[in-house]
Ligand binder design. Sequence first.
Ligand code: 13P
Length: 253
Amino acid sequence: MRKPFVAGNWKMNMDAHAGVELAKAIAAGSVNIAGGQVDVALIPPFVYLQAVASAVTASHVAVGAQDVYFQEKGAFTGEISPAMLKDVGCAYVLCGHSERRHVIGEDDAIVNKKVHAAINGGLLPILCVGELQSEREAGQTEAVVSTQVKKGLAGLDGERAAAVTIAYEPVWAIGTGLTATPQQAQDVHAFIRELVAKLYDAELAGAMRVQYGGSVNAANSGELLGQPDIDGALVGGASLKAQEFLGIIKSAV
Ligand code: 13P
């Protein structure tokens, strides 16, 4: 059985004080709810990683970063290496989040390098994929997601691919209040799992966690996470409120 995994992507929000308070509230609140039955991660901006990691020490809440650079070190002004993320207590890192792809302009080749660098550096990548509204309307959802998954995982053998979580986040559902219906999401998740089985094998596909993201909140998470191929959530806006995020964790148990 796949253990559910709920992660809160804070994006470019919070400040040091509010971030630590939120992290403490989630660490304290999730002990009683999840108690180890759900993996939980907080993904704050780089500058608050260390403070958030300290705030959740001794809890089962893990910390992740929103991005990573693919070089180990050197003259890459403004970038952050996998070793630096490990150094401040990160376990996870997002690779290819929709806002990195569509706002910053990252392509699949860069995302793939980041996935490799993360694994080489001992981090667990969360590979984010998802189609634009226009692509869904044009019937291209599977083609787009397939390309992103294949190119994102390119060059990884099965052992290394086992470190990856995939997050399916339809771009039209991110921050819009529009959510994929549980059936729409389930269909794409099942498609991703079949694809992973073809690229690797049924065992790896059966073990790989595929999170759903896009306007997930405490009110809609139960039905989404109840789908057989949805193994958790990657949450944006609702992860900034402790009670809302704890409600989502609760629905994953
Ligand atoms: P929202 O939950 O705010 O739609 O964001 C989803 C997301 O992009 C998480 O990575």
